[in-house]
Write a protein that binds this ligand. Structure first.
Ligand code: 5RP
Length: 252
């Protein structure tokens, strides 16, 4: 190691702090390296997935990728992909996908995810559940020890009919974990956020760990009025994490 008496002949360059969006882009571009011509691709939703969709569009335009079929996970991604000239289809025509690339709100060391803070969890779960490989892309701020235990929202998509009833049932289910359920609304006008499927979202906030994730998932899905929740258990095959020190891969 250099000491004060042996100074570095080439001082290190000043360290560059990357923004969160730059880290998201690095993870997204790395994931697109998995894409091959002829693949049927699940196109994720959110600010990280947007970089991946942009990159796929760019490679198609340059002729470096050919014969790609994209299955978007939201109306927003559908519009983005259309604007980039990515050929699109749906699960009815392509029930098995080669690869999906999407972001997440939380990732634990076992590759359990929380998704849906962007509101697209139902279509994301349908599309990503139909993929042979699901590559999740995140910046390092998304890493947690236990999903759902971060004190941040765990989204549940519910039908609008008597939503207060369903929200109360959800809250009661996790009373032991100090759960509070809040209807997702727009800050500007207080109106409910409506998903691409015409449903509402209740965000669950836990004061304590919810315990066994599979049991929690099953219990939520058994409630009439619930459409889907944002825990993605055993779905991601690889997580690409971009951090200040480089890229890390977490695989099953
Ligand atoms: C949308 C999602 C997103 O993947 C998740 O919210 C991450 O978003 P971002 O990449 O903008 O941080 O699940 O429903």
């Amino acid at each position: 190691l250099p000491t004060s008496s042996s100074p570095l002949s080439h001082p290190p360059p000043p360290s560059v702090i990357l923004t969160q969006d730059e880290l998201k882009k690095i993870a997204a571009y790395k994931a697109v390296e998995y894409v091959e011509s002829g693949m049927v691709l699940g196109l994720g939703t959110g600010s990280t997935a947007k970089h991946a969709v942009d990159r796929i569009g760019e490679l198609l335009k340059q002729g470096q990728l050919q014969n790609i079929v994209g299955i978007p996970t939201s109306k927003k991604t559908h519009e983005q992909a259309l604007s980039l000239g990515i050929p699109l289809s749906d699960l009815d025509s392509h029930p098995v996908l080669d690869l999906a690339i999407d972001g997440a709100d939380e990732v634990d060391p076992h590759l359990n995810l929380v998704k849906g803070r962007g509101g697209s969890l139902l279509r994301e779960k349908m599309v990503e559940g139909a993929c042979k490989k699901f590559v999740c892309i995140v910046d390092e701020s998304k890493l947690v020890k236990h999903v759902g235990g971060s004190g941040l929202a765990m989204p549940v998509e519910i039908v609008p009919f008597c939503w207060k009833f369903t929200a109360k049932k959800l809250q009661d289910l996790f009373e032991y974990a100090g759960c509070v359920g809040k209807l997702r609304t727009f800050v500007e006008n207080g109106k409910p956020f409506v998903t691409d499927n015409g449903n509402y979202i209740v965000d669950l906030y836990f004061q304590k760990d919810m315990g066994d994730l599979k049991a929690a998932s099953d219990a939520i899905l058994q409630l009439p009025g619930v459409v889907e929740h944002g825990m993605f258990l055993d779905m991601a095959t690889t997580v690409i994490v971009a951090g200040e020190l480089g890229i890390t891969f977490i695989s099953v």
